[in-house]
Ligand binder design. Sequence first.
Ligand code: MF3
Ligand code: CO
Ligand code: CO
Length: 302
Amino acid sequence: MTAMKPYPQSPKRSVPAGIARPPYLGEAGPENYEGSDVQSDETVEKMRLAGRIAADAILVAASRIAPGVTTDHLDAVAHEFMCDHHAWPASLDYRGFPKSICTSVNEVICHGIPDKRPLEDGDLIKIDVTAYIEGVHGDNCATFYCGGVDEESKKLSETTRESMYRAIRVCRPGRSVSVIGRVIEKYARRFGYDVVREYTGHGVHTAFHSGLIIFHYDEPRYDRTMAPGMTFTIEPMLAIGSARTTQWDDGWTVLTQDGSRCAQFEQSLVITQSGAEILTLPSGGTPILGGDPADIDLSAID
Ligand code: MF3
Ligand code: CO
Ligand code: CO
């Protein structure tokens, strides 16, 4: 297995005139969000739309995964899909990020920049897509296989997905958000996997990253209470070896220091009266499972 390295990037993609830009673009970063963590029914309804576009964009891009296909091509496909559905690809120009989605391969943990590297047989690829439409965001990520992936990587990916769903299932009003990290870390440790600590889930709605933090490890000191209408992501990153991170000097690409592989899944959620609802559901209605791109069903997507 060869180590990841940066490849050339394609020229910047443009978004058709008429698609509303997020207000923070062109700034060093968004303004700090000072509002509530709880969103109105109207905002949540818009987030279902943003979430559906972001989820469909993952599936459409992931269906193209094959040896020889570049991550830049996946970016082009997701970019076009979001534009066709009148959404701004929220990663594009976010704090200077140059592309419309994040593609993080093998030991790249997150924030990988799509480039001209052709995918190789056996690669594990995380696709993270955020769509912005009607003033709100939908943010999700899934891990897919390129060609024949080794059993250890599949186990890692499935465990990461299951850790996220276990965490989603324990969400409900009145509980502390700290149950999320406790559930994820406990489950990961059972299989000997390590949880990335530096990158967390976050409040998401009109703000891309609101300031509310969702830890993926046990952090009992941060105990905000879940309430109906709260919207946030859960997005665990698990590594086969150590989850200690390093970063390329592109200012974005985050990798494991030890070169071990990493998997990630992410959903945007709203806390309901009795649990949590996934806002990033594809048109087909089944939550994204990741894995083999041959299993992706695009028939419900227009
Ligand atoms: N989608 C990522 C998250 O889950 C953020 C990506 S920011 C980017 O929070 F600029 F790298 F795109
Ligand atoms: Co996120
Ligand atoms: Co994301």
